[in-house]
Ligand binder design. Structure first.
Ligand code: NAD
Ligand code: FE2
Length: 391
């Protein structure tokens, strides 16, 4: 049986924040990161809340790759302010924190009150990056800093009720963040397309997302302020989110979560370095020729042709796709290996066994289209460290 889980309601375009007028009566809690508060961007939201007659409070202490402690702090504010609505404003980090705090709050109340008299606050996500797709997914990724591990959680209760895509926010993103978050969106599209759970719907979202990323991301990185380009990129990230929410991610994310937490690498940067290797690994190309997976190579080949690869074999299409990602990495000045990213070999070797165990436990690794063993993870870890390219 297949399912297209198409919620939440998505408003998009220049005036889309006016949809905040639909919030239920009652107080609103705005959760965001310090940048949104200090730059004044949060006034885009709070100004409207004032206009629409809603009382509000703001909690702006959410850090990138949010920790369990930050979720606990947000939970305290939820209990203190008892909002009718929560608006998460920011990138994946702010939205994921709001999701996790709402989830824990809901489950805590259920445990305490046996499931009666419980309603979750109305939940609106307003992304300010074009990357994570968190505004439409049931996933939240938290970091346990005591153990340097990123924990992806998934529960339907974490899906926002409404996503508001106002592309004007992304105009203040620094070039590196544009590249990293955009490459995260591209990775979502690629992993969703080759997922075993892919359907005709997720294929459409994944392909449209990746086509828009290819069209928009180099221009955005070069600094364009063109409204349509910012809007198309934001829609692309959301479409990639809809794709993987309805199919799955794969071992590229399994590695990125673990390496990101261990070595404090931005999530999209980690994905950019790892993705060429994972495509070769899943398809059975280059150093992984000993384990061919023709069906997976056929999916990569089809995806590559949708992005403009010349007609040819699936193997040639897969190689073209790997080359495309490597070219993006050169354009976006992303290092081609973890060694070039400045990670010391000693620290890497020391963490290898622990990282292998964490990668195998990650939800996204388990969803990879090709089974992944401890020996496979060891090989991938060695290859992404040394670099040089899989083909
Ligand atoms: N829930 C999901 O489905 C999902 C999917 C992929 C990634 N993630 C997670 O999301 C996080 C990454 O999210 P992200 O890439 O959106 O970045 P982010 O939220 O971590 O933000 C990164 C930095 O960019 C700044 N920033 C955000 N918007 C800005 C803007 N408009 N202008 C200027 N600066 C801005 C932030 O202040 C922060 O310093 C990671 O923790 C990752 O694991 C979650
Ligand atoms: Fe991601």
């Amino acid at each position: 049986m297949n399912l297209l889980d198409a919620c939440p309601k998505i408003y998009f375009g220049p005036d889309s924040l006016d949809a905040l007028a639909e919030l239920p009566a009652g107080p609103v809690l705005v959760l965001c990161d310090p940048y949104m508060a200090e730059s004044g961007a949060v006034r885009q939201v709070t100004g409207r809340l004032e206009r629409f007659g809603r009382a509000y409070s703001v909690f702006s202490e959410i850090e990138p790759d949010p920790s369990i402690q930050t979720v606990a702090a947000s939970l305290q504010v939820l209990f203190r302010d008892k909002p009718e609505s929560v608006v998460a404003l920011g990138g994946g980090s702010a939205i994921d924190t709001a999701k996790a705090a709402l989830y824990v709050c809901l489950r805590y109340k259920e445990a305490l009150m046996g499931g009666r008299y419980i309603h979750r606050p109305f939940f609106v996500a307003v992304p300010t990056t074009s990357g994570s797709g968190s505004e439409v997914t049931s996933y939240a990724v938290l970091t346990d800093r005591a153990d340097d591990v990123k924990i992806p959680l998934s529960d339907r209760a974490m899906i926002p009720d409404v996503a508001i895509l106002d592309p004007s926010f992304t105009k203040t993103l620094p070039a590196a963040m544009i590249a990293y978050s955009g490459m995260d969106a591209l990775t979502h599209a690629v992993e969703a397309y080759v997922s075993r759970k892919a359907t005709v719907f997720t294929d459409l979202y994944a392909a449209a997302a990746a086509q828009a990323v290819c069209r928009c991301l180099p221009r955005l990185y070069a600094g364009t302020k063109d409204d349509a380009t910012h809007q198309d990129m934001m829609l692309a990230a959301t479409m990639a989110g809809l794709a993987f929410h309805n199919s799955s991610l794969g071992v590229c994310h399994g590695l990125a979560h673990t390496l990101g937490a261990e070595f404090h690498l931005p999530h999209g940067k980690a994905n950019s370095i790892i993705l060429p290797w994972v495509i070769a690994f899943n398809a059975g190309l280059g150093p992984y020729q000993d384990r061919p997976h023709l069906d997976v190579a056929a999916r990569y080949g089809a995806f590559a042709r949708l992005l403009g690869a010349p007609a040819g074999s699936d193997e040639a299409g897969t190689a073209w796709l790997i080359g495309l990602i490597q070219k993006f990495n050169v354009t976006f000045q992303t290092p081609a290996s973890l060694r070039l990213a400045g990670i010391s070999q000693g620290a890497y070797e020391a963490a290898r066994a622990d990282m292998t165990a964490k990668i195998l436990r990650d939800l996204t690794t388990k969803a990879n289209p090709v089974p992944v063993t401890a020996a496979d993870v060891c090989r991938l870890l060695a290859d992404v460290y040394e670099g040089g390219g899989p083909l």
